[in-house]
Design a binder for this molecule. Structure first.
Ligand code: FA5
Length: 356
């Protein structure tokens, strides 16, 4: 019976996987009221011979159980230590990083091609002595039309997009005093008026800004696009001054001489007036959808400031004269980058935009 008990206890010890299980086994068999302890106590009631034999056997068993418990306890403690080190190692491996490695590059946005060109144009003109100025995109009829000699019933108002003007609803509140109906400016020439109302010549200014026209779109026409307005007023300004300035501008902008041509034209606010074309850079003048197969692209309107305009802003036309021009900035950008459709600028297509 003692041998069987020993077998059972040793098996239990073998099976134990936690240290406190060993504790429990010890208490159950060798504790104060443990099974083996009670057996020892009962020995005294046995006859001497039997007590000696069973006593020896019980001591042997007790020793074996103690050894087995000790051995197992050591084993469990060792394996716990191993676990601990291996999990710390794992953790360290996972969390390790090389502080000397170069940082990961994250994607930065970039400027829109029209913004790049706007900055470049301003830079070139500034180097030629022109100051950049701005005006509002929401205009009134006075600054956009009347002060520029575009009378209400004048056919030029039609030519200059009366049918293309986007008017604002009357109830829109505005802080400043307005003269006439509110509209989205149809050209940047309104900035000429605003500047001359407040400043005395001589001056050389440019105004780059967005303008709006309700027109049918195609490869070279958009409903909103950018214009670069230029104005130089002094005592003795002539058409040749204009030609020299604009030729120099194109040379600096395209970084090579560009063929231009001046065509007589009509604008109510300039006299004489002309339209300036440049040889189509997209097709090298051979003909394409951008130049409508003519080899030339109309890039700007220009002329000598009309005396009516000087009178509108209370400057004496007998004393002052000057030239003004309005460049289509989108078309200029198309020439520079050989873009064959103006609508790409406003498409939001990243395949297009990411090329700049
Ligand atoms: C004007 O807007 C005049 N204010 C220009 C001017 C200023 C003349 C100062 C005299 C003195 P025009 O409507 O032609 O003119 O437009 C000027 C330029 O804008 C054109 O030469 C063309 O390059 C560009 N443009 C005109 N319409 C469009 C359009 N729908 N889409 C893209 N560009 C356009």
């Amino acid at each position: 019976m003692l041998k069987q008990l020993q077998k059972n206890i040793i098996a239990e010890i073998e099976k134990a996987s936690e240290l406190d299980e060993l504790d429990k086994i010890y208490k159950r068999y060798l504790g104060r009221n443990g099974e083996l302890t009670l057996f020892f106590r009962s020995l005294k009631d046995l006859p001497e011979e039997e007590r000696k034999i069973k006593g020896r056997l019980a001591n042997e068993i007790k020793e074996k159980i103690k050894n087995a418990l000790e051995e197992k306890s050591k084993k469990l403690q060792d394996s716990k230590k191993e676990d601990l080190t291996s999990s710390t190692e794992g953790k360290l491996k996972k969390e390790w990083f090389d502080i000397t490695a170069p940082g990961e590059k994250f994607k930065l946005g970039h400027l829109h091609p029209l913004t790049l060109i706007k900055r470049e144009i301003i830079d070139i003109f500034q180097h030629m002595g022109f100051s950049p100025v701005e005006g509002p995109e929401i205009e009134d009829e006075w600054h956009n039309f009347d002060a520029l000699n575009i009378q209400k019933d004048h056919p030029a108002r039609d030519a200059l997009s009366l049918g293309k003007t986007l008017y604002l609803k009357e109830e829109i509140p505005v802080k400043q005093k307005t003269k006439g109906k509110l509209l989205l400016r149809t050209h940047t020439s309104s900035v000429q008026i605003r500047y001359m109302e407040k400043n005395n010549p001589p001056f050389k200014i440019i105004a780059v800004g967005k303008i709006f026209r309700a027109e049918a779109t195609d490869a070279s026409h958009e409903i909103n696009f950018y214009q670069v307005e230029g104005l130089m007023v002094d005592e003795n300004v002539s058409v040749s001054n204009f030609k020299a300035i604009i030729q120099e501008f194109f040379k600096r902008f395209f970084k090579k001489p560009v063929k231009i041509r001046l065509r007589p034209s009509y604008f109510p606010f300039t006299e004489p007036s002309f339209e300036v074309d440049i040889s189509c850079i997209v097709c090298q003048g051979k003909g394409c959808s951008v130049c409508k197969n003519t080899g030339w692209v109309e890039i700007m309107g220009a002329g000598m400031v009309h005396p009516y305009v000087f009178n509108s802003v209370k400057l004496n036309p007998k004393f002052w004269n000057g030239f003004a021009f309005g460049i289509g900035m989108d078309r200029l950008t198309m020439m520079k980058y050989k873009i064959n459709d103006i609508r790409l600028f406003y498409s939001g297509d990243l395949r297009f935009l990411n090329q700049f």
